[in-house]
Design a binder for this molecule. Sequence first.
Ligand code: 7TS
Length: 407
Amino acid sequence: MFDVALIREDFPILNREVHPGQKLIYLDSAASSQKPLSVIESMNDYYRNSNANIHRGVHKLAEEATEKYEAARTKIAKFINSEKSKQVIYTRNTTESINLVANTWGRQNLKADDLILLTQMEHHSNIVPWQMLSSQLGFSIEYIKITPEGLLDIEDYKQLLVREPKLVSFTYMSNVLGSINPAKELIQLAHAAGAITLVDGAQAVPHFPVDVQDLDADFLAFSAHKMVGPTGIGVLYGKFDLLKKMPPFLGGGDMIKEVKFSGFSANDLPYKFEAGTPAIAEAVGFGAAIDYLESVGMENIDRHENVILRYALGKIMDVPDVKVLNSNPKLKGGVIAFTFGKIHPHDVAQILDRSGIAVRAGHHCAQPLHELFAIPATTRASFYLYNTTQEVDAFVDGLYKVKEYFK
Ligand code: 7TS
């Protein structure tokens, strides 16, 4: 049984007053989620009792640290249904995972005459690494169009596929529109056209079940901090044969088998891509986050968020001058980005903050998408498993206060 009141008890920060008499109402989980006590405690326990460097030394603590670091990898692999746990590469975050693919697979496979496809709804982290590489290698980038409603234009995609792109890299769920792309279908179409696929799962993996084998995704990137885990750690999942052929990303300790003055040989997977001392405590926390999400159930989380989203859309659409980007709760996750007449999003966010309500204002690292809609910025409320309809009420009341203030 999903009981949001019980869930809230697991997140100590939700009891905090952010201003005198104003309890936190956290509607910014798309930027970063809050953490349950079990995650916080797992990292404390690691530092108190098991702290050491991994894969080095034979002493007890090094052994324990290594075991915990690898146990978390196994949990993550199971969570996304990866064939083998060595296909789960630890990175710092989604951004680094995408940069890894760009700088290894991309550098190895993309040539001047090639084409890759992104979408118009990408986060900067799935645009800029490709632009940087393109400026060096000379390949072209096309952006799959989105419809005026904010959904991916599949017809445009099909037409672009005729040009035989080498890679299609797309977000599973937009951090602004909330639109959930039909990832499985997009991947099938890409494969039929001979392209490799990278799925940016930053906003998907935290919110609904994601199965890499069912999707047949070639790469999947995501971050722990958006899924009740710590900052500083993320994942790149990849198909084994692809990862095996890719050259290392960063050079240094742990990613090598042997080093001579004349050169080196790269380590096996996954260590080939994990140079230097990694985020060990964070991996432990990531493992605890997976345990937590599994104990609640991803289907339950998905269902709860959809209830909150529908409730919030129903109420916010009645607020005069509010315009929501993609207001259709079908095919959409728990994200509401909106404009509010002529009131600047930063002012909206600042006044909501006085009532303890945390939302984000700006372009949310999706500047080209905002440009497409001819708006410089939006205010964004985003939901997660711990949000309630009462919080939505407070948020909408807050919007009326904003309106009153700027009357
Ligand atoms: N891709 C998507 C779809 C995202 O929403 C984000 C972060 C990233 C990639 C990058 O993740 P990172 O962990 O590497 O930073 N999105 C947001 C956001 O919407 N507000 O703050 C960060």
